[in-house]
Ligand binder design. Structure first.
Ligand code: FCB
Length: 479
């Protein structure tokens, strides 16, 4: 494959644009458009993502302790159909099959998560060697297949034994101990760690909205305190990983920042979307990147603002080697003349969505996520730690032709390509998900995989989207 630098890409885009402009005047040869072909740089990392509770099953095996999600799933009325992660994709036993799927796709990276309660069944105390052994086997298997593991240390499965869960500051400290311990065990083979997955989900969805574990609806002061414990866990985790992992280990976060997308690409709407993105994420990514809670947030929170101890903000703002983003739906924003300078535009009944009611389609969010985070905070490197879609996925004559998911992916990846072509430091993409799995409160009713999981037999069937993604990877360009 020809070596293609980002500068070449940018040049290619520029040339194509010029050709297009000339074409409008009636002179451009069509061939002038082909070189861009939405090709990615040679070192762009294509990958897939999963998470421990969503795929592993084996919840009582080899000393694993119960988690908040085990408790939540077994509480009647919490999860669709009363589904649980007890078996899920049975990846605890079938991880070899999963690695074979990854290898067949040709991905170079796999984003996986560690179940904290396999390592510390009670969240802290004595480690469980059998849990460590399991992840050693997975990591070794990936490396033997030529696949680079990207390890998330917390993807929502919190050891149930920790008193108070995220309501307690001690949970942030326990997390840091666990994160440092585990990074120390793996960093001879794992180069990249993500501290936590989606701050907003494990804090707000679990404690404000109540639709995720532990299913609470707490008042604002407590919610803000929980958010603070979440970002503190991240920051203390970064420090602990750096203290215990090999020198050179790369540390970042996987965050589902709320991305505000300008309704028009004009300077005033772009400025509005940027300001809105910074303010909407004041308690999460903005705090991590700026080392303080911005005035707008503190003013709005008033007496319900979080209680911050000396040194917390320094820990929270620990420098990161990369920022990884989970990108799904847009939040459209327009400029206005009010004091904030922006207005959020609600989704409408006619706004396009995929199978999950929350998953509005707006490919432009992919470009703006990368651009706005880059412009606001200048991270050294960016990854997309998740992007993907739920779809209906009927099996027809043994095939799953998910052209709707392919449409979604092609459009989003096209917008990521635009960001790469313009020189933003996006280095890789992890598709959510390798296979259908336990989709949290939706149980098994929503399928996000590019492989169809038959949960009765555990057979995995490649969908059309798997064939499509494989071809994208093989050619390193959008097909
Ligand atoms: C994200 C979660 C991931 C998965 C996708 C669909 O919010 O991080 O575990 O459920 O949504």
């Amino acid at each position: 494959m020809t070596s293609f630098t980002r500068r070449d890409l940018a040049k290619g885009v520029g040339a194509a644009a010029a050709a297009l402009a000339a074409g409008k005047a009636g002179a451009a040869p069509a061939a002038a458009l082909t070189p861009t072909h939405q090709r990615f740089p040679d070192d762009f990392l294509w990958g897939c993502a999963t998470a421990s509770y969503q795929i592993e099953g084996a919840v009582k095996e080899d000393g694993r302790g119960p988690t908040n999600w085990d408790v939540f799933c077994h509480t009647p009325g919490r999860v669709a159909n009363g589904d649980t992660g007890d078996v899920a994709c049975d990846s605890y036993h079938r991880y070899g099959d999963d690695i074979a799927l990854l290898k067949n796709l040709g991905v170079r990276g796999y984003r996986m998560s560690i179940a904290w309660s396999r390592i510390f069944p009670e969240g802290k105390g004595a480690p469980n060697q059998k849990g460590v052994d399991y992840y050693n086997r997975v990591v070794d298997g990936l490396l033997a297949a030529g696949i680079t593991p990207y390890v998330t240390l917390f993807h929502w499965d919190l050891p149930a034994a920790l008193p108070g869960g995220w309501q307690s500051r001690d949970t942030a400290l326990a997390y840091a101990d666990y994160a440092g311990f585990m990074a120390g065990k793996l960093s001879d083979r794992v180069h990249d760690f993500m501290t936590v997955n989606e701050l907003r989900c494990f804090t707000d969805l679990g404690h404000q909205v109540g639709v995720h574990a532990p299913g609470l609806r707490l008042p604002p002061a407590q919610v803000n305190q929980i958010r603070h414990h979440g970002v503190l866990a991240h920051g203390l985790g970064v420090r602990a990983i750096r203290a215990q992992a090999r020198a050179g280990t790369q540390v970042g976060i996987a965050d589902n920042t709320e991305f505000c997308v300008p309704v028009m690409e004009t300077p005033e709407h772009i400025a509005a979307a940027k300001k809105a993105t910074r303010e909407h994420n004041a308690m999460f990514l903005t705090a991590l990147m700026e080392g303080r809670y911005i005035d707008e947030y503190l003013r709005e929170a008033g007496a319900a603002a979080p209680k911050v101890q000396a040194g917390d903000m320094e820990a929270i703002a620990s420098p990161l080697d990369f920022v990884a983003l989970n990108v799904y739906q847009p939040l459209w924003v327009r400029a206005d003349d009010g004091p904030r300078g922006y207005t959020e535009i609600p989704h409408l009944a006619s706004s396009p969505r995929m199978a999950s009611p929350w998953l509005y389609v707006g490919p432009e969010v992919a470009y703006w996520a990368v651009r706005l985070v880059s412009e606001l905070w200048g991270p050294k490197r960016l990854y997309i730690s998740e992007n993907g879609a739920s779809a209906d996925d009927p099996i027809v004559q043994g095939r799953v032709d998910d052209a709707d998911r392919v449409m979604y992916l092609r459009n989003y990846i096209g917008q990521f390509h635009r960001a790469v072509a313009e020189g933003y430091p996006l280095r890789g993409y992890f598709l959510w998900s390798l296979m259908d799995n336990f989709e949290w409160a939706d149980g098994y009713t929503k399928r996000f995989g590019i492989h169809y999981t038959d949960f009765a037999t555990q057979r995995r069937i490649p969908k059309l989207s798997a064939a499509w993604y494989k071809e994208v990877i093989r050619r390193n360009e959008i097909v």
